[in-house]
Design a protein around this ligand. Structure first.
Ligand SMILES: [Fe+2]
Length: 280
């Protein structure tokens, strides 16, 4: 196994392993330690059937239920499908590429998914990159007085924040009842593997800061977002077919880009999320 950190504030490339193989407990621990350290791992050249992908995902945890049945793999519902066809799901020609603004996955759950992994099956010739942001690096760059100011704060996470920059997929009543509406989480989150802290906010789902007035809450959220959105903390991933990529939802924000020719170019990825702890 060869591990090469990206020339970026996060992430590492791994080559020389085949995730369809069986791994020793030592190798599983090693991969998890790299994940906790680099937050995004891209394991190259993985030609995995769905069952191999499911097996490989268990290196990092147990599957977290996919939220939208309509995008699930027909035979393996723990696998979600991200495709160019998301662009026109109702046949009216309107683009609906999912995930095109900064977010972390499913943070309105009491126990949000610890990580999300994608397997690249088909990639367009140009565009369709995925952006990542290290909220750990962003936390570490905060002035001490801001770290102090936010150290005990909690945020309310809802399905769709009134502050969200984009409209989210409407959920069915069943989905609302099954997955719930809102919860609260600490704004400074600790990684269980190494104790590192990060800013745990979600621009599409955080509604407010607990115990503050509307204006005070918006001011803190706006200031923290301005801090997060600095390019110093960002990495843009250009996909290759066979990339198996996992990110840490505790300490990473991500966004898709819909800048590819989705009428003529194919883009297909499998997605699996893994269960996580209650944020602390
Ligand atoms: Fe996402």
């Amino acid at each position: 196994m060869k591990v090469t950190p990206f020339d970026a504030p996060l992430g590492a490339e791994i080559t020389g392993i085949n995730l369809a193989d069986d791994f020793t407990a030592e190798t599983v621990d090693e991969l998890n330690a790299y994940w906790a350290e680099y937050l995004v791992l891209c394991i190259r050249d993985q030609n995995l059937a769905p069952l191999d992908f499911l097996k490989a995902s268990r290196i990092f945890g147990d599957p977290f239920e996919q939220l939208y049945g309509q995008f699930n793999h027909p035979e393996y519902p723990d696998i979600g499908l991200l495709t160019h066809q998301d662009g026109d799901t109702v046949g009216n020609g309107k683009r609906k590429i999912r995930g095109t603004s900064w977010h972390t996955d499913a943070s309105y759950f009491e126990r949000p998914p610890a990580g999300t992994m994608l397997l690249a099956l088909e990639i367009p010739k140009g565009g369709g990159d995925t952006d990542f942001m290290s909220t750990r690096a962003a936390y570490e760059a905060l002035p001490d007085r801001t770290k102090q100011q936010i150290s005990q704060l909690e945020a309310i996470h809802v399905y769709e924040s009134s502050r969200s920059p984009r409209k989210l997929i409407k959920r069915s009543q069943d989905q609302v009842e099954k997955f719930g509406e809102q919860t609260k989480h600490p704004i400074v989150r600790t990684h269980p593997a190494n104790g590192c802290k990060s800013i745990f906010l979600n621009p599409i789902r955080v509604e407010s800061v607990v115990g503050l007035t509307h204006d005070e809450s918006n001011k803190i959220l706006d200031d923290l977002h301005d801090h997060l959105f600095q390019p110093d903390f960002h990495y843009r991933h250009k996909w290759n077919v066979g990339d198996f990529l996992i990110w840490d939802n505790r300490s990473i924000l991500h966004q898709a880009n819909d800048d590819y020719d989705w009428h003529n170019q194919r883009r297909r990825l499998y997605r699996i999320m893994v269960k996580g702890e209650r944020p602390f």
